[in-house]
Design a binder for this molecule. Structure first.
Ligand SMILES: Cc1cc2nc3c(=O)[nH]c(=O)nc-3n(C[C@H](O)[C@H](O)[C@H](O)COP(=O)(O)OP(=O)(O)OC[C@H]3O[C@@H](n4cnc5c(N)ncnc54)[C@H](O)[C@@H]3O)c2cc1C
Length: 384
């Protein structure tokens, strides 16, 4: 079922992204999973194709597409069936660079955003800490004044793309508070800066996401490494998280689409009791039910993106899209593995990979309970 919010141009764009990914990315993905990152030349290919600049204005070197085009591209990234790849490109294109594009001074944008859009430098977003994940008011990393600039101290964890050796947008405390949302600022730092150590963090899945922990031991930052205004970091993050969650939801929708496609293909070929598995009513109903839920997830995502692009701050809609699409991906991966029988349990099958990878998307960009809290917050703020 296609969304009524998409135009013929969006659908033509979808085909062009799918063709690019099928031809230039999908065959290489198993190798990148083994390498634990996307190689530099592949980032440049994606940049040259315009995929990394979709969300950014033409003046910054981007393509100036609308947000629904980004959603379409994210669905196609998800449809590759490799969550590490889709997350790496997602963090780079719609999450880390978003803060540069929306809040950084022109000189900082020129230094980092242009090369990122061209795929010459890879962007990471370093917010989470060992003791601050869902609760970002517990952030402990500090950026203390030092001469004209700052010095960073702390530890960041689960940093996607950190092994790609580019730069990170990093959240740190500049204000006097040691807890709470005030006094947090965003900076950009090169990942080879003095005092910064990058320690690989091998994950249970999402292998090519290049994930690492960052040790920050007095990392020097020039004054102009500050993104936007000092102390406004929490505000920038809460705004940026809405786009992050819509994109995370679109990536998950693409993953569900891929799972259903592979399962439909399997059950139509699998001989069973003199017919095909796909002849059995219970199998047909299972797929029809999941297809219906996929359509619902897609509509939630497109509606949230449409509202966000209009200039609203649709926290409940973005949270609902992220909650529904990522939890659906877990349910669908589980059911589809079952429908594959033992073939779905073979380690390098696409359905086994989807099953291993699905849960992480319901954690990253805020776990499902946080999404429920945010939705409940808007419900309970309205007087009966
Ligand atoms: C694959 C992957 C990639 C990631 N990439 C990045 C990245 O690039 N940059 C980055 O900064 N971070 C990244 N993260 C971190 C991610 O943002 C955090 O995992 C997320 O914010 C949750 O924090 P946490 O893992 O510390 O879990 P915790 O905050 O410790 O929460 C653990 C569990 O507690 C429960 N819980 C939490 N809050 C509530 C609540 N309000 N009500 C009820 N129950 C609750 C939930 O079950 C939750 O899963 C990534 C995570 C994953 C899994």
């Amino acid at each position: 079922m296609s969304s009524t919010l998409l135009t013929a141009d969006h659908e033509a764009f979808r085909i062009s992204v799918r063709t690019l990914l099928d031809e230039q990315v999908v065959p290489a993905l198993p190798g990148w999973e083994e390498q634990g990152r996307i190689p530099g030349h592949a980032w440049k290919t994606l940049g040259a194709a315009g995929l990394l600049g979709l969300a950014h204005p033409i003046a910054d070197g981007g393509t100036g597409h609308d947000l629904l085009s980004s959603v379409v591209a994210a669905e196609e990234l998800g449809r590759t069936g490799f969550s590490g790849f889709r997350a790496a490109v997602g963090v780079h294109t719609w999450m880390a660079t978003h803060y540069l594009a929306t809040a950084a001074a022109p000189a900082l944008r020129h230094r980092y955003l242009g090369p990122a859009i061209r795929g010459e430098r890879v962007a990471a977003l370093a917010v989470t800490e060992p003791d601050a994940g869902s609760d970002l008011t517990a952030l402990a990393t500090t950026a203390t004044p030092d001469g004209d600039g700052f010095r960073l101290h702390g530890t960041k964890t689960m940093v996607t793309n950190a092994l790609c050796g580019g730069f990170a947008v990093i959240a740190a405390r500049t204000g006097p508070a040691t807890r709470g949302p005030t006094g947090i600022s965003l900076f950009v730092t090169d990942l080879d800066a003095p005092g910064l150590t990058v320690t690989p963090q091998p994950l249970a899945a999402w292998h090519c996401a290049g994930t690492a922990q960052l040790g920050l031991d007095g990392v020097p930052l020039p004054a102009d490494a500050l993104i936007g205004r000092a102390g406004r970091g929490f505000h920038y993050l809460m705004k940026g998280f809405q786009q992050e969650r819509v994109i995370a939801a679109a990536l998950a929708v693409g993953g569900v689409d891929r799972c259903l496609h592979d399962t439909l293909d399997h059950v139509q070929r699998r001989a069973l009791f003199g017919g095909r598995a796909g002849d059995l009513q219970s199998v047909r109903h299972a797929l029809a039910g999941m297809h219906t839920e996929l359509s619902a997830a897609r509509l939630l995502v497109h509606d949230a993106a449409h509202r966000l692009a209009r200039g609203d701050l649709p926290v409940a809609e973005c949270s609902a899209a992220k909650l529904y699409a990522t939890e659906l991906a877990c349910r669908v991966a589980d059911r589809c593995l079952h429908l594959h029988g033992s073939a779905g349990f073979v380690a390098d099958s696409s359905i086994a990979r989807a099953h291993r990878e699905a849960r992480a998307a319901a954690l990253a960009a805020g776990p499902s309970e946080v999404m429920l809290d945010l939705i409940a917050g808007t419900l309970f703020s309205t007087t009966p």
